[in-house]
Design a protein around this ligand. Structure first.
Ligand SMILES: Cc1cc2nc3c(=O)[nH]c(=O)nc-3n(C[C@H](O)[C@H](O)[C@H](O)COP(=O)(O)OP(=O)(O)OC[C@H]3O[C@@H](n4cnc5c(N)ncnc54)[C@H](O)[C@@H]3O)c2cc1C
Length: 501
């Protein structure tokens, strides 16, 4: 670990030693291309309208190695696009950072002007928070490298990299760590909020596998947080979401895996779903840690309803087949696509169905304990779904290595959860948006009593549910936020409001 840290320190000082004239300043950025820049309308973090002087914006652009995009810049509309097409926001400025030094400049500019600030890693924010309206968006998409040290079983992943890059580079060495289930999700957002994935029951949450994080804090300082330095920040970053700064790189511990796994989809008829769900809920506490079974009850616009299980078994093939035999015998699946498959392919199976640009609405929470009543509720939710859109109730399993970590060891407190559950709708026709929102809210009213706390990567609530989510860690997190970000610069997230702000 220390070697990796030293190597990164070396790379940082080597970059600093390159004379500015050798770097492509003046070539890449859009805002500084103009001889002068008009004043820019913007808003502060608390929503006050302000005017940024054109000269100040130009000066900011000139201090970046990456581009600074204005609304009139080529590439602006592509850069501001969010994964969730339900949001259509227009930042006043987009800083396409090319490295930590750019991030430091951008954070300082936002703080000096009290600007509304958003941080975009992979752009997958379900609540659209990473693209702000009339503020400064820090865009990390150019900071997307993934580097593996196979001897040390460590990976250094930049803050804007996608899971596909992490999986590809690590699996090339027969190594992996927990990542999410869709390859175009960002490593940054996913890891800071926790990070559930197909290997999570075996290796823990993504954040449990992090050994160091490079961060730019609200005062524009660059620090490394690990078990050796900036320990409290390291604790808070593992589950506290984007509250504490901009993560520019992560060091992950990797684990040897067989890149061929047993996985794919098992689909059951809606009529058989209650029996299969009962079996799964009874079986879950005993399930080997190598097995992950995500379950989704769904209704498609053509009124087809079904229960789909996303299976991944990372142990020996024969044991996996044995484990699945009772499930296959319990009720005959209407489709059985579980075969030996490269893990990297399993990680891409939902890439198209959960693609960019559709509209999505989601409500969710942590199921601590399953029950017959929960089965009734989720069955009724999909039985009652009638809109010409995709409507689902989905549950991602926890337990295993996730549960073995003490609730206070990292900011992520809900270690005892059985499932991360959510109600989701996906659609394209804007005229359906209101009806979809109504359905999701009313469906969630029925499911919510079966949950306690929620996944901060999926929503941006405040108040009671934040306290329930962070439980024993809540006060400590608020104290850390108050110390590091007293003005709540990093507010577009599941926000831990600093005291007195
Ligand atoms: C299709 C889809 C599938 C998903 N599957 C899973 C899954 O299997 N498991 C799971 O755990 N979650 C999953 N999620 C939820 C996912 O963890 C969150 O959406 C997460 O925020 C995505 O990170 P991002 O970097 O892509 O998002 P962005 O939209 O870029 O960022 C979201 C927020 O994260 C913060 N952030 C992002 N990067 C940084 C950074 N480098 N430094 C500081 N703050 C940062 C910011 O607060 C930002 O507002 C999924 C989401 C989607 C849309």
């Amino acid at each position: 670990m220390s070697v990796i840290l030293k190597r990164r320190h070396f790379m940082r000082s080597a970059l600093a030693a390159i004379p500015a004239a050798a770097l492509p300043f003046g070539k890449l950025f859009a805002a500084a291309d103009a001889a002068t820049i008009d004043d820019v309308e913007a808003v502060t973090g608390v929503g006050k309208q302000i005017i940024l002087k054109g000269a100040d914006v130009k000066d900011f652009a000139e201090r970046l190695r990456g581009e600074l995009l204005l609304r009139s810049s080529a590439g602006y509309d592509t850069a501001r696009r969010a994964w969730n097409g339900a949001f259509d926001r227009h930042p006043a400025l987009i800083a396409r950072c090319s490295g930590p030094a750019d991030v430091m400049e951008a954070v300082k500019f936002a703080a000096a002007n009290q600007l509304l600030l958003s941080v975009r890693g992979g752009g997958h924010s379900l609540s659209g928070q990473s693209v702000c309206e009339k503020g400064l968006m820090i865009d990390l998409s150019q900071m997307n490298s993934a580097r593996v040290d196979p001897r040390k079983r460590m990976a250094t992943i930049e803050g804007g990299a996608l899971l596909g890059a992490l999986d590809r580079e690590t699996l090339a060495h027969g190594l992996a760590t927990t990542a999410g289930t869709v390859s175009h999700t960002g490593v940054g957002g996913l890891t800071l909020g926790g990070g559930f994935g197909r290997l999570g029951r075996r290796f823990g949450l993504a954040c449990d596998n992090v050994r160091a994080i490079d961060v730019v804090t609200a005062d524009g300082r660059f620090v490394t947080a690990s078990a050796q330095e900036n320990k409290e920040l390291f604790w808070g970053l593992r589950g506290g979401g984007g509250n504490f700064g901009v993560a520019t790189a992560f060091d992950f511990q990797l684990h040897p895996v067989d890149p061929m796994m047993l996985g794919g989809e098992l689909v059951y008829s809606f009529d058989d779903a209650p029996a299969v769900l009962k079996y799964l809920f009874d079986f879950a506490p005993e399930m080997p840690e190598e097995l992950s079974l995500d379950l989704t009850l769904l209704r498609l616009p053509d009124d087809m309803r079904a229960l789909s299980l996303d299976v991944c078994y990372s142990g020996p093939l024969a044991s996996g087949e044995k484990l699945l035999a009772p499930l296959r015998q319990l009720r005959k699946p209407v489709a059985d696509r579980v075969v030996q498959t490269p893990y990297i392919k399993l990680q891409q199976t939902a890439d198209v169905s959960l693609g960019h640009g559709k509209k999505y609405y989601i409500k969710g929470g942590f199921v601590q304990k399953t029950s017959a009543a929960l089965i009734d509720v989720i069955m009724a939710t999909i039985a009652d779904a009638k809109l010409p859109v995709v409507q689902v109730v989905s549950m991602q399993p926890a337990g295993g290595a996730i549960k073995r970590v003490s609730p206070s060891a990292t900011a992520f407190a809900q270690r005892g959860l059985a499932y991360n559950s959510f109600v989701l709708a996906a659609w394209e026709d804007p005229s359906l948006s209101e009806a979809v929102g109504q359905w999701a809210r009313s469906a969630w009213k029925n499911v919510e009593p079966h949950t306690h706390g929620f996944y901060v990567n999926e929503f941006n609530e405040d108040g009671g549910r934040m306290k329930a989510t962070y439980g024993v860690n809540y006060d400590r997190l608020v104290a850390l936020k108050t110390k590091l970000d007293p003005n709540n610069l990093f507010r577009l997230n599941a926000n831990l409001a600093p005291r007195g702000a």
